[in-house]
Design a protein around this ligand. Sequence first.
Ligand code: PGA
Length: 255
Amino acid sequence: MSRKYVIAGNWKMNKTPEEGRELASEIASIISKDASVDVVVCPSFVALDRVSQAIEGSAMKLGAQNLYPKTNGAYTGEASPEMLRAVFAKYVILGHSERREYFGESDAFVNEKVKFALENLISPILCIGETLEQREANETLEVVKTQLLGGLEDVESQSMGNVVIAYEPVWAIGAGKTATPEMAQEVHASIRALLTEKYGEAIAEKVRILYGGSMKPANADSLLSQTDIDGGLIGGASLDSKSFCDLIQSARAAS
Ligand code: PGA
């Protein structure tokens, strides 16, 4: 089964609108119209519009780092899917471990956002992953299962073509530590098995499951060559055009 790779940059709270425009333009000029890999950049809310303009006409796509599951109204500090669509965001990162940890987001809330994103034609990148403590207590697969099934509760099979999953072991994020390709593959395979149980094989085989957590050019080839790793959600290495484009190149080579 060939799934199109996704290389998504999670810029987190980095880059002003002008810095974002510069970075996105550099990447866009390198990848141009080559759409063999889905390349997504996810700037902060304030940089979305500028970055959107910078990538217009290229094969790159825009993602946001969050959304609020309401159409509009008195929700200070939040942004709705309609606002994201207005700047042509096609993806949204949801359930990132930093949001779970620092902003107390639960599986139920993440699930609400996933469903609202889908209803509003934005593809969620649903992040799941265990902490070091949970890995050491042998709870990895259980944690991943709870977060996956919690995040996808009441998500119908016909929507699954628009859902991307990102497995991000929390202990590997921004830590310079990466899961070995075998460790990551084991979890990715179990995620696909859970998707098969819930949605059937035909659908599960189509869902892209990204790896995230200190992915960089030096370790990308071995991770991307694993059967169930269909791309990367990249933090640190997405802030530099050369590293990010090297990762795109790795995904092209693995395709
Ligand atoms: P990292 O971040 O690549 O800097 O580890 C990945 C992420 O948090 O999405």
